[in-house]
Design a protein around this ligand. Structure first.
Ligand code: FES
Length: 162
């Protein structure tokens, strides 16, 4: 094998390794979880076990109950967590209080994240921040998130949102 041919093969191999490392490093699996809190769960009007009522504003008044003893909603057994249920983000503060706000940022509609460590909600799109009552803390959003009443019955493990 000629030296030039050998160097060409080495160059291709090194390039392939670098490309592979870049692609694996850039995959969505490596996306960080928002610090201090999590969101997730169902994004449409749920019909799963543990859910009753309506969580879709397009179908009328928001009024639903979730059972956090069921697997779909068990995340909320832990303080400092959040779940998106239909059009609502239901959060449990680090102190254990339940909060329910409209999930869609009032700027352009992106689903907000709950930052439990800071007791606030933050939009991942342009950075608007909202208090636990939905008030705007940081622009560009200028309108508050709609707040719902969230109440927890520890005996039945159910959270009611309306
Ligand atoms: S969509 Fe939320 S800040 Fe722009």
């Amino acid at each position: 094998m000629e030296r030039k041919e050998f160097m060409s093969l080495v160059g291709i191999s090194v390039g392939a390794v670098i490309l592979q490392n870049c692609l694996s490093g850039c995959s969505s699996k490596s996306d960080p979880t928002p610090s201090g809190g999590t969101t997730g769960g169902t994004t449409t009007n749920p019909t799963s076990t543990g859910f009753t009522g309506n969580a879709a504003s397009s179908k009328g008044t928001i009024d639903f109950t979730i059972d956090i003893s069921t697997s779909d909603y068990a995340t909320l057994k832990t303080n400092g967590t959040a779940l998106v249920v239909g059009d609502v983000i239901v959060a449990r503060t680090k102190a254990g209080n339940f909060i329910a706000l409209a999930k869609a940022c009032t700027h352009e509609g992106t689903t907000v994240n709950f930052l439990a460590d800071q007791d606030r909600f933050k939009c991942p799109n342009h950075g608007s921040e909202f208090s636990t009552s939905g008030a705007v803390l940081s622009a560009p959003a200028s309108s508050p998130l709609k707040q719902y009443t969230a109440s927890f019955d520890a005996t039945s493990s159910k959270v009611s949102v309306k």
